[in-house]
Design a protein around this ligand. Structure first.
Ligand SMILES: *[C@@H]1O[C@H](CO)[C@@H](O)[C@H](O)[C@H]1NC(C)=O
Ligand SMILES: *[C@@H]1O[C@H](CO)[C@@H](O)[C@H](O)[C@H]1NC(C)=O
Ligand SMILES: *[C@@H]1O[C@H](CO)[C@@H](O)[C@H](O)[C@H]1NC(C)=O
Ligand SMILES: *[C@@H]1O[C@H](CO)[C@@H](O)[C@H](O)[C@H]1NC(C)=O
Length: 437
């Protein structure tokens, strides 16, 4: 009897799966070494309805229910993570090899802003990628993404099962999009290692859907693509380890500890505009953002020494732009030398080097990584770091990153004026160099 009660308790302790909406992942095809793969898309757990055994919210807007979630344990005991209505609630649809993420979706119960999804190889397992000496290619249409939005495609070192095996509390696992982490060590995750992040939770004053808890979750990140129709960058972020963080190791700006944490939050980025070429990427430019474009990224060497970009549009291969900024050797790819020189030229802290540089990042890539696709607006810096001048009053080298006004990108305005914005990703391919385009 006692044993039975104990196991019942253990069962009840983990976060459970809700039964109001069955989880039905959108299907998507992609290519691995030339062979067609059938995968699935799963939305991150943070976007999902979290409720008690009935329909009372465990988390509402940007606060936790004090009855259901007075502490992490009770929260896991009391709460259920719900299945997703991908198109109706979240504005996500897939067809063939194409995925569309809509920005603002008015559902029957709520208005959803943006999304973050992962590629699954089967219902319960993220597709893992080993990037070194390989090439990743996809096609993207950012024509319907104005200033202030970011249609992103990137890799992070999440566990393939969403943390389920290591952390029994994370029972819903990858099937429900658990386990996210990135190089910003986000504090806004409702669950980290399956544990509710309710301690010290503070609702974000300018975001009615988000807040921050005591813990952050840090891991290596490779931003293949952060972009809207006006600007784009690819960025490598090194982290000294992949782990849940607390205090100094989170590198919080609010505590002026940005460069004291586990991860290089700035990263080393290649943005054609920022590095001197304002006519390369944009509507009607060399790479025409008013039309779909195929983006090839090559991870050269093991150890990794270089990350190269090649573009394909209208059947033509377009070589990447070369940097054209004083103090930076003219190059068209990311290497340690480029990162070192660009940090000196801009006067930025070289946290990439401090967190291991390319060799540290290369070691981190021995861990396989998960593919993330997202659409978001920026409640911290209005996306000015991507598409405008940042800091907005700076005239320093590297401060200008794109043509957007420094007054653009306020989420309030973006969400009302550009509710219909969307990004389309398609034709994901992974394989040997020069085999995917
Ligand atoms: C920008 O890139 C294009 C295409 O590579 C090139 O023709 C042009 O000269 C570059 N402009 C500058 C200012 O570097
Ligand atoms: C670099 O930019 C200057 C203008 O700032 C331009 O005159 C020059 O042609 C560019 N160099 C290259 C190699 O594109
Ligand atoms: C730029 O703005 C920041 C923050 O608003 C301010 O502290 C700083 O003095 C300004 N710098 C210049 C050069 O205007
Ligand atoms: C968004 O699209 C809907 C339907 O296509 C249309 O009725 C609405 O006016 C659009 N809103 C904006 C802000 O463009």
């Amino acid at each position: 009897m006692f044993g039975f009660l104990l196991s019942l308790f253990a069962l009840q302790f983990a976060l459970e799966i809700g039964t109001q909406t069955s989880e039905s992942h959108p299907s998507i095809t992609w290519e691995l070494n030339g062979a067609r793969q059938s995968g699935q898309i799963v939305i991150d757990s943070n976007w999902r309805w979290l409720h008690d055994s009935g329909t009372t919210n465990c988390y509402d807007g940007n606060t936790w229910s004090s009855d259901l979630c007075p502490d992490p344990e009770k929260c896991s005991q009391n709460c259920y993570l719900e299945g997703a209505d991908y198109s109706g609630t979240y504005g996500i649809s897939a067809s063939g090899s194409q995925l569309t993420l809509g920005f603002v979706t008015k559902g029957s119960y709520s208005t959803n802003i943006g999304s973050r999804v992962y590629l699954l190889k089967d219902e319960n397992t993220y597709q893992m990628f080993k990037l070194k000496n390989k090439e990743f290619t996809f096609t993207v249409d950012v024509s319907n993404l104005p200033c202030g939005l970011n249609g992103a495609l990137y890799f992070v070192a999440m566990p393939s099962d969403g943390g389920k095996a290591k952390y029994p509390l994370a029972k819903p696992g990858a099937k429900y999009g658990m386990g996210y982490c990135d190089a910003q060590c986000p504090h806004d995750m409702k669950f980290i290692n399956g544990e509710a992040n309710v301690l010290d939770w503070k609702p974000q004053s300018n975001d009615e859907n988000a807040g921050t808890g005591r813990y952050g979750t840090c891991c290596t990140e490779m931003d293949i693509w952060e972009a809207n129709s006006q600007a784009t960058a690819y960025t490598v972020h090194a982290c000294s380890k992949n782990a849940r963080c607390e205090g100094t190791e989170c590198g919080d700006d609010s505590a002026s500890q940005r460069y004291n944490g586990i991860c290089d939050k700035d990263g080393c980025d290649f943005n054609s505009w920022r590095w001197g070429n304002k006519t390369f990427f944009g509507p009607g430019l060399t790479v025409d953002s008013s039309k779909p474009v195929t983006v090839v990224t090559q991870f050269i060497g093991d150890p990794l020494t270089e990350i190269r970009r090649i573009w394909v549009q209208g059947g033509k291969v377009i070589q990447n732009s070369f940097t054209n900024v004083s103090g930076i050797t003219s190059v068209d790819s990311i290497t340690n030398t480029f990162c070192d020189e660009s940090k000196v030229a801009t006067g930025d802290t070289n946290d990439f080097k401090a967190k291991g540089g390319m060799s540290g990042f290369s070691k981190a890539l021995d861990t396989e990584v998960v593919l993330v696709l997202s659409l978001w607006d920026d409640h911290t810096a209005n996306m000015l770091w991507l598409d405008s001048t940042y800091p907005s009053n700076s005239t320093a080298i590297g401060a200008t990153r794109g043509p957007c006004a420094t007054s653009s990108g306020d989420p309030k305005n973006v969400e009302s004026a550009s509710a219909n914005a969307s990004v389309k990703f398609s034709d994901i391919k992974f394989g040997a160099f020069d085999s995917t385009y």
